[in-house]
Write a protein that binds this ligand. Structure first.
Ligand code: HPA
Length: 227
């Protein structure tokens, strides 16, 4: 069984496979999921969708914990900070910067510190590498919901970021606390520049959805998450 968290476009792609909708009760509220024989899909932003800073990260990740899922892939669109990372391509980042400025944890009562040195899942990356996807790069997470200023872009590049998005840091931190091996797969939907608009980024994700659905299907059909 593999966990998938992503946008509503992917949901439509996956619902063509044999699956059923159900609600999973978590400590943080009920979450609707799509359950197939080999996967559980969670729609990150819910329905109707909420913006990145309002996403129910604790509930979403707890679903995978409750369903005893060890591996989760996250489809998370990003803006590119580097000329060589082109919109329309997909990158599989290896490292994480967190500029959300918020605390993401399940442990508010007692001090429990998990290791986050390797924030994502090397095992999933190996499978994706064999599928000829580009591996590497650092994902910076901003608060959003606005895109970055010119100065923020410069800062992110100076700090070693390659792509920027608004959702991965909370998910990666919470997944690690739950012992889940979590790996983002990032459609690059824009360059971080003055031409970026909400609509552009949505149009680009739509164009890339078939390709993303294929990658997700290949992962569902591969054996690594059954071992
Ligand atoms: N910035 C932050 N998040 C994003 C972007 C961006 O340019 N594109 C898609 N998600």
């Amino acid at each position: 069984m593999i966990g998938i968290i992503g946008g509503s476009g992917l949901y439509e792609g996956l619902s063509s496979i044999k699956s059923k909708e159900k609600y999973v009760r978590t400590r943080f509220g009920d979450i609707k999921v799509l359950e197939g024989d080999d996967f559980i899909f969670v729609s990150r932003h819910g329905n109707p969708p909420v913006p990145p800073h309002m996403v129910k990260y604790h509930a979403n990740m707890d679903v995978f914990n409750i369903m005893k899922i060890k591996y989760v892939i996250a489809i998370s669109s990003v803006g590119s900070l580097r000329d060589k990372i082109k919109p329309g391509t997909i990158i599989v980042p290896e490292d994480l910067l967190d500029f959300t400025g918020r605390v993401w944890t399940y442990h508010n009562e007692s001090p429990i510190h998990v290791n986050l040195y390797e924030p994502f899942c090397p095992k999933i990356r190996r499978i994706l590498k064999n599928m000829n996807l580009k591996i590497g790069g650092t994902y910076a997470t901003t608060k959003g919901p606005q895109f970055e200023t010119r100065a923020e872009k410069k800062m992110l590049i100076t700090m070693g970021a390659d792509v920027v998005g608004m959702t991965v840091a909370p998910e990666a931190r919470l997944a690690r606390e739950l012992g889940i091996c979590y790996q983002p797969i990032c459609p690059v939907v824009n360059y971080v520049d003055e031409k970026t608009t909400h609509q552009n980024t949505i149009d680009m994700v739509k164009k890339m959805e078939d390709n993303l659905a294929k990658i997700v299907m290949n992962l569902i059909n591969s054996n690594f998450h059954r071992e």
